[in-house]
Write a protein that binds this ligand. Structure first.
Ligand code: G3P
Ligand code: MG
Length: 243
């Protein structure tokens, strides 16, 4: 996993630099790379034997299309406008762009065939500078993470939750995760302490406001997902300068 020497809280671009470019597009990802982020998070949906980089199951919020993504052919999906003339990227396109530059966090939304996921990843490992250590596979689907760990234990897993679990980060430890990825609405110092005692990193989404960034740093969070990664990086650099 990439880590800069000065900044101790990692900054992940959430859906690329989605606050300044259309989310989950190559433009948003390039903007994140230009900002020198530590990592980039994207969302993945499977449609037939292809993996698309898009957040919603439905097309209307982020593209010129209508209906559910799984109802459409590859050709139709690729003909849509995903914002400012961008197409919906496929996973291989994103891996080629990001390989060797920063950590890539693949948030697995609708994946029914994990062999297909590893086909994409394996091809990128061969054809690009991508390395296993620079990939984090995260999901709210804990059964999927469990299956991935059974099959491919070498991959770093991020156990997502938008809740405040009874036994804090225990569920992530049970999944053999690398990190527990929590909604900012549910984070607490006690949760961070518990996760760290279990050997887990704590990543929090979505953190855009300066006050929230300060609060995450104060309770020892290891990384944040931001729609405005450039702003977050500048703020952390500023804090480090005066600490
Ligand atoms: O991976 C962090 C975050 O992206 C999870 O929620 O809905 O933005 O994909 P969502
Ligand atoms: Mg996501």
């Amino acid at each position: 996993m990439y880590q800069t020497s000065v900044i101790c809280m990692l900054i992940f671009a959430h859906r690329g630099a989605s606050g300044v470019e259309p989310e989950n597009t190559l433009r948003a990802i390039q903007a994140a790379l230009d900002a020198n982020v530590d990592g980039i998070e994207i969302d993945i949906h499977q449609v037939d034997d292809k993996l698309f980089v898009i957040h919603d199951r439905w097309l209307h919020r982020t593209t010129s299309g209508k209906g559910q993504i799984v109802q459409h052919s590859y050709e139709h999906l690729r003909s849509l406008d995903a914002g400012d003339g961008e197409v919906i990227p496929t996973l291989d396109e994103v891996l080629s762009l990001v390989a060797g530059k920063c950590t890539i966090n693949l948030e697995l939304k609708n994946i029914t065939n994990i062999n297909l996921l590893f086909k994409y990843i394996d091809e990128a490992l061969i054809a690009t500078k991508l390395e296993v250590k620079d990939i984090v596979l995260s999901s709210f689907n804990h059964r999927l993470l469990y299956l991935i760990h059974q099959k491919m234990p070498q991959y770093l897993l991020g156990a997502l939750t938008a809740s405040y679990p009874l036994e804090y980060a225990k569920f992530a430890e049970q999944l053999n995760a690398f990190s527990v990825n929590l909604d900012i609405n549910f984070i607490s110092e006690n949760f961070v302490k518990d996760a760290h005692q279990r050997g887990l990193k704590v990543f929090v989404y979505t953190v855009d406001e300066i006050e929230d960034i300060n609060a995450m740093k104060a309770i020892g969070v290891d990384g944040i997902y931001s729609n405005f990664p450039s702003r977050a990086l500048s703020h952390i650099a500023h804090l480090n300068k005066f600490s």
